[in-house]
Ligand binder design. Structure first.
Ligand code: SF4
Length: 218
């Protein structure tokens, strides 16, 4: 089977097993961006607590975040861990949105994806996974998001090395699939769900796995 056909096959098997995931769990593109930064090195449950606290103290907009003192912001996002670091990252990210786009995310639609990606990556604390999550889930750009789950699953499926670099794994998807935002969105969410439910780091639950037939490890 060719790589494009195999990647589509895996996608369809995961979709059949887990159904549509309808990510990202947020009400606005800016909330997606906030979540993408807050979720670094922590669970989504902790991000939800931090977002709920933030909602109590400010409007969830770049201006709202910037209206908080650093102490107040730190306190509000404490549950997400590394709260001092994340507070500084959020403030510089919001300042960037304000300076570059006037804080109006709707005007980001006219900008080139590569150009925005480079800008996001130039910000302190924004790495490829966070930048691509923002581009895909907040700005609807067809960019495949790679995370530790993606590397774990696709190395087990024999499609990448377990020590592969971010862009090598991303190229596997971007070079072999049509650039479709909806599919990239769903594919990444399905990978996360599959790894959380079955393909654990240690002792994966292989019996009855939906992609067992294509897994090199099974
Ligand atoms: S067969 Fe096991 S190791 Fe392979 S993808 Fe499924 S759960 Fe993961």
């Amino acid at each position: 089977m060719t790589k494009p056909a195999l990647l589509i096959d895996i996608y369809e098997l995961l979709l059949k097993a887990y159904g549509e995931q309808s990510w990202w769990p947020a009400d606005t593109p800016f909330e997606v961006m906030l979540g993408a930064i807050l979720t670094q090195n922590t669970s989504w449950a902790n991000v939800e607590k931090a977002m709920a606290s933030l909602r109590e103290v400010c409007e969830l907009t770049p201006e709202g975040i910037l209206s908080l003192t650093p102490d107040r912001l730190e306190e509000a996002i404490r549950s997400s861990g590394y709260f001092r670091q994340k507070s500084a990252r959020l403030r510089s990210f919001c300042q960037f949105l304000k300076d570059r786009y006037g804080g109006d995310l709707s005007c980001m639609g006219g900008y080139d994806t590569g150009e925005m990606r480079a800008e996001l990556l130039s910000l302190k604390g924004i790495g490829p996974e966070t930048a691509d999550s923002i581009l895909l889930y907040a700005l609807d750009r067809p960019v495949f998001v790679v995370d530790a789950y993606t590397v774990r699953l696709f190395s087990r499926l024999g499609l990448c090395d377990e020590k592969a670099k971010y862009h090598d794994v991303q190229d596997l998807f971007m070079d072999n699939l049509e650039p479709e935002t909806g599919m990239f969105n769903e594919y990444h969410a399905l990978i996360v769900t599959h790894c959380k439910q079955r393909c654990a780091k240690r002792a994966p639950c292989c019996e009855g796995c939906p992609v067992e037939s294509v897994c090199a490890r099974a």
